[in-house]
Design a protein around this ligand. Structure first.
Ligand code: ADP
Ligand code: MG
Ligand code: MG
Ligand code: MG
Ligand code: MG
Length: 446
């Protein structure tokens, strides 16, 4: 249960907290912090603290730059001490905030409130979205200048009897820090590529999950820094190796029961589940710019690495965009496999929920599940199964978002406008560069 502001103030004093960090995310998903000393704690808890919104990507125009931070008291926690240096400075606590206009009305460009709006819409229909994400990341060495490289330090991991490598130790440290911060860790394991890891935490409601993802990324990077290495959530840091995804397991609950489960239904799935899955498939092109927002994201979405490239669902194989794991009963869920951890988790959950709810609203039904490896199907077989392609790059994805009214409406015009402008600029910057691949391929030949 959320503590009251008075209880939080009491705890801050008792535990001798020196700094309070007020956290929020911008439209592109970067975590922002306003850190205040003790003298400002009361003001911060009262939701009266102002910051300059014009300095933050996609927030406001210069003429309306003063924004208010409204703390969500249920997100209060005191950080573990990550280093001796930090301990000397004093303890730090944090609160995740919603952003308000100077007149205290909600700010439409705040991703957290965009997600709240969709959650409210779902609850009007009696549904709660639950999400369990599986974020993957790489641990890379830093060079002599302290800059991150793409060199991994755990080649020893290949030998059966090798001592536990640095990556393994670090993953344990990260897991411990997360547990200290209240995370319910279900699994932590090495991934397919050298230096690649996954830590899964228990599913929760959409807002809590988005907050958890933001906190998770911060903690992973912070602990890695302490070890002198670099943790990266870049979707495809090394060509030829598996990229880092963030599969999202999704289910709707209604009156405390999993609304995706129906013992009598086809595949033991309810109509609600089928509509939701059909909505995810229908809007996959329109939402991929949000769930996979970088130029680099699309280099992960290539055949052969268990990342989806086509729009299909399956109850068995991992080449599909949506997989329904074998679990039934309260664990019945759909796993959306395209998102990657570079996304803004608030906006990504917004578009997933919007897509699924639209499937329910329209009563959409998915084509039959594809049980074969889609990478190995011919073009004709794909057509017979109504398997469409996902957008192949960020530019195509932006176009698909522009054409998807349901996704645009869910995000709201303010967010859509700023998001698309920023992503177009990113694409143009990328397109203007002559890459090594082009030189290797064309310089000699043409
Ligand atoms: P995978 O087989 O794809 O690796 P995991 O078993 O690692 O999947 O991940 C399962 C994730 O699904 C966990 O985050 C878990 O909490 C979550 N999960 C379990 N039940 C549900 C549910 N009903 N709704 C949403 N997520 C769920
Ligand atoms: Mg997993
Ligand atoms: Mg697993
Ligand atoms: Mg994985
Ligand atoms: Mg998975």
């Amino acid at each position: 249960m959320a503590k009251t502001p008075d209880e939080i103030m009491g705890q801050l004093e008792r535990e001798d907290v020196q700094f309070l960090r007020l956290q929020f995310t911008d439209i592109l998903g970067f975590i922002k912090n306003v850190e205040v000393p003790r003298s400002q704690f009361q003001k911060a808890l009262d939701g009266e603290l102002m910051f300059d919104g014009s300095s933050i990507e996609g927030f406001t125009r210069i003429e309306e730059s003063d924004m208010l931070l409204k703390p969500d008291f249920s997100t209060f926690l005191i950080f573990p001490q990550f280093s001796a240096e930090e301990s000397a400075r004093g303890r730090v606590a944090r609160l995740i905030c919603d952003i308000a206009m100077p007149d205290h009305s909600p700010f439409e460009g705040d991703p957290r409130q965009v997600l709240r709006r969709l959650i409210d819409r779902a609850s009007e229909l009696g549904f709660e979205l639950l999400c369990g994400p599986e974020p993957e990341f790489f641990i890379f060495e830093r060079n002599a200048q302290g800059r991150p490289t793409t060199v991994t330090g755990d080649h020893a991991g290949y030998f059966d009897l090798a001592p536990i490598d640095k990556g393994e130790r670090l993953r344990r440290e990260i897991t411990n820090a997360l547990v200290d911060m209240g995370f319910d860790i279900e699994a932590a394991h090495h991934e397919v590529a050298p230096g690649q890891h996954e830590i899964d935490f228990k599913y929760s409601g959409a807002l809590k999950t988005a907050d958890n993802i933001a906190t998770f990324k911060f903690v992973v990077k912070r602990v890695a820094l302490e070890y002198g290495v670099h943790a990266s959530f870049m979707p495809k840091p090394v060509a030829g190796l598996s990229g880092s995804g963030m599969h999202c397991h999704l289910s709707l609950f209604r009156e405390g029961k999993n609304a995706f489960f129906d013992e009598q239904g086809e595949h033991q799935l309810s109509q609600t589940a089928l509509h939701f899955i059909a909505g995810l498939l229908e809007h996959a092109p329109g939402m991929v710019a949000v769930t996979n927002p970088l130029v680099n994201s699309y280099k992960r979405l290539v055949p052969g690495f268990e990342a989806p490239t086509n729009i299909a669902w399956s109850t068995s194989n991992r080449s599909a965009l949506v997989r329904v794991p074998a679990r039934r009963g309260s664990g019945t869920r759909a796993e959306l496999r395209m998102p990657d951890p570079s996304c803004n988790p608030y906006l990504a959950l917004t578009v997933m929920l919007a897509a699924g709810l639209d499937g329910i609203k329209q009563g959409l039904l998915p084509p039959p599940p594809v049980q074969r490896n889609i990478y190995k199907m011919t073009v004709r077989e794909r057509r017979a199964h109504r398997v469409r392609n996902l957008p192949g790059d960020l530019s195509e994805a932006i176009g698909a978002l522009e054409n998807d009214e349901v996704i645009r409406e869910a995000l709201g015009e303010h967010v859509v406008e700023h998001f698309i402008a920023a992503k177009r600029a990113e694409w143009h910057a990328y397109s203007a560069v002559v890459h090594q691949w082009e030189l290797d391929r064309y310089l000699d030949e043409v």
